[in-house]
Design a protein around this ligand. Sequence first.
Ligand SMILES: O=C([O-])C(=O)C[C@H](O)[C@@H](O)C(=O)[O-]
Ligand SMILES: [Mg+2]
Length: 419
Amino acid sequence: MKITDIVLTPVAFRDPPLLNATGVHEPWALRTIVEVHTDEGLTGLGETYGDLGHLERLRAVAPALSGVDVYALNRVHAEVAATLGGATGADKHGLTGQITPEGTVNRVFSAFEVALLDIQGKAVGRPVADLLGGAVRDAVPYSAYLFYKWAGHPDAEPDEWGAALDPAGVVAQARKMIDEYGFGSIKLKGGVFPPEQEIEAIRALRAAFPDHPLRLDPNTAWTPRTSLEVARELDGVLEYLEDPTPDIPGMAEVAREAPMPLATNMCVVAFEHLAPAVAQNAVQVILSDHHYWGGLTRSRHLAAICDTFGIGLSMHSNSHLGISLAAMTHLAAATPNLNYACDTHYPWNRADDVVKPGVLSFVDGAVPVPAGPGLGVELDRDVLARLAENYRTCGIRQRDDTGYMRTVDPSYERKQPRW
Ligand SMILES: O=C([O-])C(=O)C[C@H](O)[C@@H](O)C(=O)[O-]
Ligand SMILES: [Mg+2]
């Protein structure tokens, strides 16, 4: 079965004003929806970043894949690498650390790999999880992913979540999210306020949810010294502390004395970071993400390496829609050593999902693995057209949390570490 055509549709969907260490989310988040068509009439779906540089790389690669066998994933990877050549540039999106040329190839490859696995699954009538070795769990637990946030975007009405700018607001947000989704663990995105305030918010969450494992992720906003102070304050409270400080040596310095495991999606984001991270015992948990680790198969290679070196495995998320949620769920279901609940932004973006309702749902905080062939999800063409129109008119072509923050507070500066 051969690839005949690839359709790339950039889309924009509403995103609340979520605060992080580099600024605030803009009113629109971008993604690219990938449809791979074949000579046997089967179509596969993928979802990836929508930033213009990434979209241009996808557009450059797509024609090179015409005529390639849908099972030839190694060849597809080679075509991506050859098309991008050495001049890959930095395929940057959000807070995912340093981008290597190998990482850029993997980011571009991933979107096509997922679509091809969707096709392979449809061809044999089996879910993608079966192509990855078979599901070891029927449903994949996700965590409540809390953000400090404004009540609404400037000049807009407050959104349904309201403000969360202090411990009471954070607890109220957690309560709403857990009531609606049943999540069994909680992550707070930090790096927004001075560490003392974020420690207070974590303590308030602990009091309100005594049995929920808790995580805090300041996205490298702290020096190693501040990181250790926070780690000691939160001894016995956090299941892990995520990216407190920049870089592998900095994380290693903190890890030597921190009482809890350190996790990362910023200093170990490509295969070449694994050897130094292991040698320095810099991280005890890696957040995988198939969008930048090079798809589902390579994410399972990462899982095997983590297993070998006794590193825990969790999962990272950016703003995303249902195709990504389905792919994440198949991957997590087929990864035995994924020992932490996965992150997902899905509750923040649920109003605009591009897949037809009925397949993806949260039951007690977990998404049942779609049972249909392939990813098991179908595009809603009306929604796709609406989101594509949003993209045409929204004016955003590249995620820029810092630039958006500066429109509200011109004195805002990006600083890492900040405290
Ligand atoms: O470090 C993380 O967990 C993330 O990068 C997740 C997201 O990018 C999140 O921080 C965001 O979108 O603001
Ligand atoms: Mg993180």
